[in-house]
Ligand binder design. Structure first.
Ligand SMILES: [Zn+2]
Length: 424
C-alpha cells in the first residue's frame, strides 16, 4: 500500500504543470565533435542511456553534437564518456542557469506599450507571450481586409488554434505558401522572427509583392500550451504537454508525431525521451488539427510549406525518415542553395542546406516528410534559424530582427520560385 502511495505521488509530481520556474542550477551544455561513425553511435547510446536532451542531434562526422548535462548526471556521463574512450569533448555553455537568468531579465523587462495598439507599433524586437501573440493575430485580422484569422481547433488544454490567411483579391489563381512556427515551444525565435516578417510583407513596399503574388497561410504558434509552459514554468520545455494515461512523463515531440513513417528511426518509443513519438500517429491535437487543416486544401494544392525551428542554421527538405532522395531533390536542392545565398547576403550568416536524413540526421514522423508525401507539397522545407550554439534556444532578443531580415530574404526566393513554377 505504502509503495502504491509512493508511486501515485510520483506520478502526480511528474505530470503536474509547474508553478515555479524549473531550475537548471549547475546544468551545462557539452559539445562533442565526432571524428568517426563509431563515436556517433556511442553518443547515441549515451543519449538513450541518460535520456539526454540533445540541443543539436548527433548527425555526421565532424558535425558538433550539443547536449544538456544536468548537474546530477554530470559525473556519470563523464565516467561513461571516458569508458567509451571519448575524451575530446568540451563544456560549451558553462552555466545554463546564468544564461537563462540573463535571458529572462531581458524578456521580463516591461514592454514599451504605446497608447495605440496596432500592427505597426507592436514591438518586434522582444519575445511575446501567448496572449500578446493572440492580440497580434487580432490586430492583423482587424487592420487588413485581406487578412483573416481562422480557428482550426483547440489545443490539449483547450486554447484556440489560429491560422492567419492572407489573400489579396486577384482575378487569377495564385500559389499558396504555408508557414508554421513553434511546434517545439522553446524555439522562441521561430515565431518572433515570423511576426516581424509578416509585418514587413504587410507594411514595407519592398516586400508587398510577396502577398500580391501568392496567398499566404501562417500558423504563429502550434504548441501553444507548451509555449505558455516555457514562459511560466520550464523555459527549455520542447514537447507538447499531453499526459498519457500510462506514462510517467508528460508530452510528445510534435515533430515526431506526424503520420509519416511514424515510430521509425530517429524517434523514441520512450515517453520520457525528448523525441518521444507519442502513443499513436497524430495523437497530439496540435498535430492532428494542423494536419486536417492542411489536408482541407486538397492534395497538391499548397505550393510550398515552411515549418520553422531553431537552432543550427539549416534548410532541410525531405526525406528525414530515409536517406532515399525524393523525385524533386534537384529542385529542392537548387532552391535551398539560392535561399542560403540570399540569407547570407543579408548579414553574412551561413545556412547549410540539404535533404534531412542524407545530409543531416534521420527523423521519422516529421512535418516536412508528411507535407511532402501526404499533402503533396513539393516545396516542403524545415528551417532551423539562428544560432550555431552560442546561445542555442536562449537567443538574445536583439537577434530577432536581424534573423527575421535574413529569413525573409530566404522566403522571398522561395516565393519567386513558386510563382514561376505555378501552373494552375
Ligand atoms: Zn525544433
Amino acid at each position: 500500500m505504502r509503495s502504491l502511495y509512493l508511486l501515485l505521488s510520483l506520478v502526480v509530481v511528474a505530470v503536474s504543470p509547474s508553478t515555479v520556474p524549473t531550475s537548471y542550477e549547475g546544468a551545462q551544455v557539452w559539445r562533442i565533435t565526432p571524428p568517426t561513425l563509431d563515436i556517433i553511435g556511442k553518443i547515441k547510446k549515451i543519449g538513450a542511456l541518460f535520456e539526454l536532451d540533445f540541443w543539436k542531434d548527433p548527425s555526421a562526422i565532424g558535425r558538433p553534437v550539443d547536449f544538456l548535462v544536468p548537474a546530477k548526471k554530470a559525473g556519470d556521463i563523464r565516467d561513461f564518456l571516458s569508458r567509451e574512450g571519448i575524451t575530446d569533448y568540451k563544456v560549451y555553455i558553462e552555466d545554463v542557469q546564468a544564461l537563462l537568468d540573463d535571458h529572462k531579465s531581458a524578456y521580463e523587462k516591461p514592454r514599451e506599450r504605446s497608447a495605440t495598439r496596432d500592427v505597426s507599433s507592436f514591438d518586434y524586437s522582444v519575445y511575446h507571450t501567448v496572449d500578446e501573440i493572440y492580440e497580434w493575430i487580432d490586430m492583423v485580422d482587424s487592420e487588413y481586409p485581406f487578412a483573416t484569422k481562422r480557428q482550426y481547433g483547440v489545443t490539449y488544454e483547450g486554447r484556440p488554434m489560429y491560422v492567419l490567411e492572407f489573400k489579396k483579391t486577384s482575378s487569377d489563381p495564385k500559389p499558396i505558401i504555408f508557414v508554421d512556427a513553434l511546434i517545439h515551444c522553446r524555439e522562441w525565435i521561430s515565431t518572433a522572427s515570423l511576426l516581424f516578417i509578416f509585418k514587413e510583407m504587410l507594411q514595407n513596399p519592398t516586400y508587398s509583392h510577396m502577398m500580391d503574388e501568392a496567398d499566404w497561410y501562417f500558423v504563429p504558434m502550434i504548441n501553444i500550451d507548451g509555449y505558455d509552459e516555457t514562459w511560466n514554468g520550464d523555459r527549455l520545455w520542447r514537447k507538447t504537454v499531453s499526459t498519457g494515461a500510462s506514462s510517467l512523463c508528460r508530452g510528445v515531440d510534435g515533430n515526431r508525431n506526424w503520420d509519416s513513417h511514424w515510430s521509425e528511426d530517429g524517434a523514441s518509443p520512450l515517453p520520457c525521451s525528448y523525441t518521444y513519438h507519442g502513443p499513436t500517429p497524430a495523437s497530439e491535437s496540435e498535430v492532428r488539427n494542423l494536419a486536417d487543416l492542411i489536408l482541407s486544401f486538397g492534395f497538391g494544392n499548397i505550393s510550398a510549406y515552411v515549418t520553422t525551428h531553431s537552432y543550427t542554421q539549416l534548410i532541410l527538405y525531405p526525406y528525414g525518415w530515409s536517406t532515399q532522395l525524393t523525385p524533386d531533390d534537384q529542385i529542392l536542392n537548387d532552391t535551398g542553395r539560392m535561399m542560403s545565398e540570399a540569407i547570407e547576403a543579408v548579414h553574412g550568416m551561413y545556412y547549410t542546406w540539404g535533404p534531412a536524413a542524407e545530409g543531416i540526421y534521420v527523423t521519422s514522423g516529421a512535418t516536412d516528410d508528411w507535407t511532402y508525401d501526404e499533402a503533396g507539397v513539393k516545396m516542403s522545407y524545415t528551417f532551423e534559424l539562428r544560432d550555431l550554439g552560442q546561445y542555442g534556444f536562449l537567443l538574445p532578443a536583439d537577434q530577432i530582427i536581424p534573423n527575421g531580415e535574413e529569413f525573409l530574404a530566404g522566403l522571398e526566393v522561395l516565393k519567386n520560385f513558386v510563382v514561376d513554377d505555378f501552373n494552375p
